[in-house]
Design a protein around this ligand. Sequence first.
Ligand code: PLP
Length: 380
Amino acid sequence: MASDSIAYLDNAASTPLCVEAAEAMAPLHRELYANPTGAHRMARDTRRKIDDARDVMAEALGSEPGEIVFTGGGTEGDNMAVVGRHMQAGGVTVCSAIEHHAVLEPVEHLGGRVVAVDAAGVIDLEALAAALDDDVTVVSVMLANNETGMVQPLAQVAEAVRSAAPQAVLHTDAVQAFPWLDVASLAACADLISVSAHKFGGPKGVGALVVRDGVELSPLLLGGGQERGLRSGTHNAAGIAGMAAAAEVVLKSRAEQVERLARLRDRLADGILAAVPSTVETGQRSGKVAGSAHLCFEGIESEALLFLLEDAGVYASAASSCSSGAQDPSHVLAAMGYDRMLAGGSLRLSLGYETADADVDQALAVIPDAVARLRAYGTG
Ligand code: PLP
């Protein structure tokens, strides 16, 4: 029988809306519902909410308010950075092999260069240097990976870009990094930074892209010319206000949450490693964001494991969350050199600000047994 209590360990896929975001959004649905580009008082009041949110996001991301472009989420920000830059400047696009599909697919579609990573899932800086030349116009390297949680050496990436391709702009996808890392300082070296609200307690379908002053992009959406002409379309004022409220929570509580959740994550990962033989932890724990545990179990298939876990109230995922539910082999694990068999038994457990001790207890009570059952049945 399915379990009544839920241990939600899929925060890298999406997070619950925090109370502060819900409260910030409510008045924008029923009271300040005007189009913020209008001329009347309600429009001006709505516009003020967007301006306030812009100030918050600028502080959170280490930019000037005028450098923030509100987007429809991480995918849009990533596409705007890579495709928008390519439409503007032509040339060659470059990214790492472990980027989210929202970066990888545009780069591949545009015939760009994909840079290898090492066995721990960290970009190979020598391979990056070899991919850089006068033709490169945009380089995109994420701050933290969505499957392994591994943090990338962005400052060294920036150094390589500035010296070998100074004409190129550097984009970083900070979607998974923002709840855990001080993006304002770590991404200070980047020209373009994308984040997505639903990964940090904000609503879905809204995000921000920092476009530093002087960086030229072509818009993907043409129309009313909102957001400095870079992102036409009526502002999602409620979503933007919700995102800013969630970002304020992150800024206030990040240090404390990182400490608390790193401890919980360690208890979870160590508990599984101790209880389940033939388990490989991907990457290196010390190089990961605090909320991320990512393991591969020999001899089982993730899909079957996720099914048993769901039945026992533990919600997790195998790799990234964006495909249709079907378990495609992970391009991240393939780039790290994992064979299909081992990669096929991967499990991502991602903690969030609302994760409690009880969630980890429940996962630890369920996962070793579920893996043992699958191995006994030979569901590999
Ligand atoms: N980039 C990374 C690293 C992600 O993890 C995700 C979402 O899974 C995205 C981009 C896409 O963000 P969104 O869901 O807001 O389009």
